[in-house]
Design a protein around this ligand. Structure first.
Ligand code: NHR
Ligand code: GAR
Length: 198
């Protein structure tokens, strides 16, 4: 029986380094030939997100759904859902996507929506995680890949990576150390999602 193509749609708001890590790993590990998995599109809620250019350079379709152009979260999300669903994705990946999603959106993608958060959840949900970890005196920090649920940064954990917090660390230095690990565990977690499903 012909295997069906399984599309990934990645949502970004900024640099898109996690998106690039996933797309490059998919290419290097030949996910399409081995698993039928394809990074089909990258969608940004910010028209000027640098990751859009990166995605185009990688040969991936890009779209902008600018939240600023809509009068409510619901109207924004309706346009976002239409753009995402035109790819009939098996998995939707949040990669530095900075808009909180409504319960209706989360329900629509139940079981096929994941996020990477730059802390060791359940510690430090929300924003400014690195500064908060430093201010708290944490000796370790890290990143968490989790299923997205209506409660922000609380879904079931799929993968984690740990890094040390070093004396004199700045939020930027810690973010860079965590980021290096994000780029390892996020592609692994996406691949594992499809290997489990296969
Ligand atoms: N939505 C739901 N329902 N559940 C999650 O777990 C989500 C989510 C949407 C995004 C990413 C998340 C993170 O990893 C994420 C997880 C943005 C905010 C935020 O406060 C919070 C968490 C996350 C992303 N956003 C502001 C808002 O009003 C806007 C901030 C900005 O534009 O800079 O949406 O940390
Ligand atoms: C990543 O560190 C990710 O964990 C974090 O933003 C960065 C995005 O970088 N996500 C959040 O803070 C979500 N609120 P990237 O655009 O280069 O992948």
């Amino acid at each position: 029986m012909a295997r069906q193509q399984q599309n990934i749609v990645i949502l970004i708001s900024g640099v898109g380094s996690n998106m690039a890590a996933i797309a490059q790993t998919a290419a290097r590990q030949a996910w399409f030939d081995r698993l039928g998995v394809c990074v089909a599109a990258v969608i940004s809620n910010k028209p000027d997100a640098p990751g859009l250019k990166t995605a185009r350079a990688l040969g991936i379709d890009t779209h902008i759904v600018a939240h600023a152009g809509f009068d409510s979260r619901e109207h924004f999300e309706a346009a976002l859902v239409a753009s995402i669903d035109s790819y009939a994705p098996a998995l939707v990946v949040l990669a530095g996507f900075m808009r909180i999603l409504t319960p209706a959106f989360v329900q629509h993608y139940a079981g096929r929506l994941i996020n990477i958060h730059p802390s060791l959840l359940p510690a430090f949900p929300g924003l400014h995680t690195h500064q908060r970890a430093i201010d708290t005196g944490c000796r370790f920090a890290g990143a968490t890949v989790h299923q997205v649920t209506a409660e922000v940064d609380h879904g079931p954990i799929l993968a984690q990576a740990v890094v040390p917090v070093l004396p004199g660390d700045t939020a930027a230095a810690l973010a860079a150390r965590v980021g290096t690990q994000e780029h390892v565990i996020y592609p692994q977690a996406v691949r594992a999602f499809f290997e489990r499903a296969a």
